[in-house]
Write a protein that binds this ligand. Structure first.
Ligand code: DX5
Ligand code: ZN
Length: 224
């Protein structure tokens, strides 16, 4: 299914061997690398920044999907663009001017998107549809890997799918719909059915010894 993508989250990879993990998971059939940036301010955890993005960049041609869980947002965007990020998403309530931030990301040559926490309303996207390349719905509260999928996300995915389909039907540009948090082999089919086309999975992939088996199983479930 070429219109869907699997994006393993490096958050659950072995941080002592990141380059190798990136190569292995892409060799195992993954499409994108999901790169979680946490600042111990917007979320209660601290991860990796532009220097690590730059360090993994030579290890793959796959798109690097940078998920910014930081506040403020704007200052770090040029740094990630320079470090080789392809997609940059941020949480709109963490930016003082989300419309400006979306433009800033595109001005730096990257695909731009908004991330919605479980309780964040989808209305944030209504007046910036023309500036979106991707919409990311969190299916857990951001900050940690290995949490359980929040079932209400399925309804929200359907609502986001409808907004995007309406937009595209009226001639708007393509917008991807990504989901992040608690995605597993045993729930990815219903997540796909609710309208997602891009699937982040951290612990489900990096928590298993055979990445290819998990990714194959996920693809089979998506195609059902
Ligand atoms: C959570 C991160 C996710 C996380 C997902 O704040 O944005 O990308 O790594 O991990 P799993 O798939 O284990 O829920
Ligand atoms: Zn993420």
């Amino acid at each position: 299914t070429s219109n869907t993508r699997i994006a393993p989250s490096l958050l659950s990879a072995d941080f002592a061997r990141l380059g190798e993990e990136v190569r292995n998971v892409i060799d195992a059939g993954a499409d994108w690398i999901h790169f979680d940036v946490m600042d111990n301010h917007y979320v209660p955890n601290l991860t990796i920044g532009p220097m690590v993005c730059e360090a993994i960049r030579p290890h793959t041609k796959a798109l690097i999907d940078v998920h910014l869980m930081v506040e403020p947002v704007d200052d770090i965007i040029p740094q990630f663009a320079k470090a080789g990020a392809d997609v940059i998403t941020f949480h709109p309530e963490a930016s003082r001017h989300p419309d400006r931030t979306l433009s800033l990301i595109r001005d730096h040559g990257c695909k731009a998107g908004l991330v919605f926490n479980p309780a964040t309303p989808l209305q944030w996207m209504d007046y910036v549809m023309d500036k979106l390349d991707i919409v990311l719905l969190m299916s857990v509260n951001p900050g940690f890997g290995g949490q359980s999928f929040i079932p209400n996300t399925l309804l929200k995915l359907k609502q986001a799918r409808e907004k995007i389909d309406d937009w595209q039907r009226d001639g708007g540009q393509a917008i991807l719909l990504e989901v992040d948090g608690g995605v597993k082999v045993n729930n990815i089919a219903e997540i796909r059915a609710a309208g997602a086309d891009t699937f982040v999975a951290g612990s489900a992939i990096f928590g298993q010894p055979d990445y290819r088996k998990v990714i194959d199983d996920m693809r089979r479930e998506i195609a059902r």
